[in-house]
Design a binder for this molecule. Structure first.
Ligand code: AMP
Ligand code: MG
Length: 303
């Protein structure tokens, strides 16, 4: 059990009770409250809701802040394990339509840990070379090495999203990807990677607000892409694609979490809690010294 103790537990301050109160605002646990389950239809999802969570914005932000030290500590343990011959890693897959907040999550949630231990990769339209290699090639190349937290901003799932909606491949080709992806992820999980998949669901109205902002603020122009309007017209087709993706690729080794994203504070809270839960589940300790500590102390004193 001692391996589970974190800096936070060891310090046990008066803030502890306050933290417990903040944690209790989850009905059960974020992993269970947000996990996709049969019957959850994204067409009916209220993107402004906070499923499984009773707190408000202030509570949510306070919980993220209160858990930041533990997140940082566990990430360092994972990194240390990787440096000491361990094989485990974590992969956070972020999917969501434009403006769903993928970039904000990387900045505000993943940004809470040491960037040394993070391998971030955003996937855009495949280059000619990438396309020639098959859609999983660039994904395999970007998988986290031992000790790392890999973060995918978009992923292999684009092959059953944009590819389906824009008819970039015949239906029988993209349909085959569901099983291929499940097989691929089973292999990745078996090799020691804990996979966290998050579908960030933004509503059509909120997307319009966020795109409008991009057009009104010179500091946001760079994020605007005239092609985003096309995807907006296909909003319904994307929801269909998301629904089937959830139904076909939420597996025991790599379950999907559905996170309403109209409230940025909630999606950030949700992802930070999912990442924390994944790291906690690894029961990370500190690698033992592979040298004689007492001898080294003596030699250092004499040096
Ligand atoms: P952004 O995330 O805003 O930089 O946009 C990246 C773009 O790349 C999106 O329009 C995606 O749909 C597109 N994209 C990502 N992966 C693929 C893929 N496998 N095939 C086609 N387009 C893709
Ligand atoms: Mg974009």
């Amino acid at each position: 059990m001692s391996g589970r103790h974190t800096r936070h537990d060891l310090e046990r301050t008066a803030d502890d009770d306050a933290l417990r109160d903040l944690e209790k605002m989850w009905h059960d646990s974020p992993e269970r409250d947000l996990r996709w389950h049969p019957g959850l239809d994204v067409h009916d999802l209220d993107c402004n809701s906070t499923p499984g969570y009773d707190g408000n914005k202030g509570d949510g932000e306070a919980l993220v802040a209160a858990h930041a030290a533990e997140l940082d500590d566990l990430q360092e343990r994972l990194f240390a394990e990787g440096r000491s011959g361990g094989s485990r890693s974590v992969l956070l897959v972020l999917q969501g339509l434009d403006t769903a907040g993928k970039g904000g999550i990387v900045r505000h949630v993943v940004g809470l840990v040491d960037p040394q231990g993070v391998a971030h990769r955003a996937f855009g339209v495949p280059t000619e070379k990438e396309a020639a290699k098959g859609y999983l090639w660039r994904i395999r190349n970007a998988l986290p090495t031992p000790g790392m937290i890999g973060v995918f901003d978009r992923s292999h799932y684009e092959q059953v999203l944009v590819v389906r909606v824009d008819e970039l491949e015949p239906e029988e080709t993209w349909r085959a990807h569901y099983d291929e992806i499940n097989e691929f992820e089973a292999e990745v999980a078996a090799s020691g990677t804990t996979i966290i998949k998050v579908a960030l669901m933004v509503s059509r109205d909120e997307q319009k607000k966020r795109l409008t902002q991009r057009l009104e603020r010179p500091d946001k122009y760079w994020k605007y892409n005239p092609a985003d309007l096309k995807a907006r017209r296909q909003f319904g087709a994307y929801l269909d694609a998301y629904q089937e993706l959830l139904e076909r690729t939420s597996t025991d080794v790599a379950p999907w979490h559905v996170v309403p994203a109209d409230k940025k504070w909630f999606s950030r809270l949700a992802v930070s809690e999912l990442l924390l839960a994944a790291l906690r589940s690894l029961d990370l300790g500190w690698p033992p010294a592979d040298f004689d500590v007492e001898e080294q102390k003596r030699l250092l004193a004499e040096s």
